[in-house]
Each structure stands twice: as C-alpha cells, then as structure tokens.
Design a protein around this ligand. Sequence first.
Ligand code: UDP
Ligand code: MG
Length: 227
Amino acid sequence: MSGPTVNLDNPALVAPKRLKPLFAPGTDKDQALVIFVLGGPGAGKGTQCANLVRDYGFKHLSAGDLLREEQQRPGSEFGEMIKTYIKEGKIVPMEVTIQLLENAMKATIEENGNRKFLIDGFPRKMDQAIKFEEVVVPSKFTLFFDCPEETMRARLLNRGLTSGRSDDNEESIKKRFVTFVETSMPVVNMFNNEGRVIKVDATKTPEEVYEVVVKEFASKGLEFMQK
Ligand code: UDP
Ligand code: MG
C-alpha cells in the first residue's frame, strides 16, 4: 500500500527536537508516570485499563482512540491518512501519534493535575518507542497482555458486531495480526530484554486477568488509591 504520507514540512508535526524528555525524571515539577499497555489487537488492553483507572487513578490514553478522534476532527489534515492506515492495520507515522499523546498528557495535567498515565496500544513500532522515551518521558514499565491469535480473533469478531470500528472485520484483523507480529512484538521484546515488561496471561476471564495485574502492580510498589 502506498498511502498518503505525512508532510514533514509541517512544523506542528515533526516530533519535537529536545535534548531531554519533556517530563524529565529528576525535575520534580515536570515528572509524569507512564506505563505502556501492549498486547495484540483484542488482547483486552482497553478492558483492563478501565479497571486500572478506577482503582489507581490513572488517566487512560488509548493511541487508537486519539487517532480515531483526530480522524474525525473537522478540518484535520490527517483525517484521510489516518483512516487508510487504520483500515489497513498499519502504523500511522509516529510524528502524528506522539504529538497527539503529548497534547493529551499536557491537557490532562492542566485540567486536574493528574500525572499518571496508562498509554494503551502504544508504542507498537520501534521508532515510536525510542522517540517517545527520548522526547516525552521514559516509561516505568510495559504491561503486556499475552494472548493467542485464535482467542483474539474471536474477541475481535465478536466486538465487530457492535463496535462500528472499520478494522474489526476479517480482512483488517488479518492485517493487524501481521503488523502486530512483525512490527509491534519487536518493541515488546526490546523492553523485555531490558527487564521492563510485566507479562500477563490474557486468556482467562477479565476478572481473573485483573487479579494478576493487581498483584504485579503491587510488586512494582503500585497500590490502590485511597478511597
Ligand atoms: N495505530 C497506530 N499507531 C499507534 C496506535 C494505533 O497507527 O500507535 C492505529 C493502527 O492502525 C491500529 C489502529 O490504530 O491498527 C487501532 O488501534 P487500537 O489500539 O485502537 O486497536 P486495538 O489494539 O485496541 O484493537
Ligand atoms: Mg483498544
């Protein structure tokens, strides 16, 4: 596929050139806690993120949701491009996604001071992973939902009955799996080699999976919020 490309001459879109991450660790005022949530399409990232938001007070930022929002924003110059990439299960050029994430983080901090973020479905390509940690903030760790393709396929087809998503159909699902294996798993493997991945078996019920997540978070010093 040769879809539309990003206009790199547009200054709004070139990933910022910074010498230090925006939320550099060590500078108290500017810190942000980021946990990447990865897993194949249909692994259950969104479901588990909702639990974590409820119990730990994270702000949930789904890269896919932010892209779909931008796609629908009237006047967006990236709408058509994003639409094509999503339908094809390909990864939108990182400049767009990183900027959307950074904007959403800044907006959240301004709105209510929350600096704890679950970044769901990102980074799923090596260049995004490296650039985000370089210019925005290094992640604390990656929560990886491990799930066989057959299970994910069944979940996605089921979701497709009601989701209205342009990519929850047989053909797009196949392409998303290929992208996941070829492009996104190398990112998970890199973080894993650095000892920065919590891997959770995602084949069980949402409640059972979440129990494991809570235990793993405790082992990282993350406890439920005071209610
Ligand atoms: N996407 C992308 N870059 C990202 C995250 C998502 O280009 O960093 C696109 C990609 O085409 C992907 C689609 O958005 O297939 C849907 O992503 P989403 O996270 O919503 O899917 P999920 O994994 O939750 O099924
Ligand atoms: Mg999702």
